[in-house]
Design a protein around this ligand. Structure first.
Ligand code: GRF
Length: 208
């Protein structure tokens, strides 16, 4: 059984999707053992507590230097025996230490079809604003491993979502979450826990 540690900063609807999938028995060979928040007031912490999952808070601003924060987060994850780390709306940049300590073991969910609308500055509603501004007809979400380059790590699963007439960034964000993010993130985590993801040349192969 692999230990799943989820990093959050906000509302935690993706965390909730993971918890719901776990309760339905859809996370094979893995268990959410800890939720770590960058924000002590994140509602995601309440969701964890409601489900008797242990919680921790680590704030970037409590460390003078970024390296100290990077070290502290790495040590915290190691102390929790994390086998896989899930970024579920975690709004603090990860450092090189944590990324190398958990190479191809950190899974992020991004609300577009990478490589569209990703990279620096593309977070939250900005992603959906950019998709609507460009006038794409299809967007979606991507679950991917995290490497040193923002939104560049090996892609695990993608799911498309259609743009509809009258969409606003808020409406589109909700549809992308409901139709894509909440489905593919638990699936990607389960595939990882089942050892069904092979990474080669910055790409993944998913075993049946
Ligand atoms: C989601 O849109 C996710 O794609 C992005 O951050 C948001 C988190 O929302 N990485 P929530 O906290 O899971 O509700």
């Amino acid at each position: 059984m692999k230990n799943i540690v989820v990093l959050v900063s906000g509302g935690g609807t993706n965390l909730q999707a993971l918890i719901d999938a776990q309760n339905r028995g859809e996370i094979k060979n893995g268990k959410i053992t800890c939720v770590i928040s960058s924000n002590p007031n994140a509602y995601a912490l309440t969701r964890a507590q409601n489900n008797k999952i242990s919680t921790e808070v680590i704030r970037r601003k409590d460390f003078a230097e970024f390296d100290e924060y990077d070290n502290a987060l790495t040590e915290l994850l190691k102390s929790k025996n994390a086998d896989v780390v899930v970024l579920a709306g975690f709004m603090t940049i990860l450092g090189s230490k944590v990324i190398s300590a958990f190479e191809n073991k950190i899974i992020n969910i991004h609300p577009s079809l990478i490589p569209s609308f990703c990279g620096e500055g593309y977070y939250g509603l900005h992603v959906h604003e950019a998709a609507l501004k460009k006038g794409v007809k299809v967007t979606g979400a991507t679950a991917h491993f995290v490497n040193e380059v923002c939104d560049d790590g090996p892609i695990i699963i993608q799911k498309a979502v259609e743009i509809q007439n009258g969409d606003t960034p808020e409406i589109l964000q909700k549809r992308v979450m409901e139709q894509a993010e909440w489905k593919i993130l638990p699936k990607a985590v389960s595939l990882f826990c089942e050892d069904k993801i092979i990474v080669k040349d910055n790409k993944t192969e998913i075993l049946d």
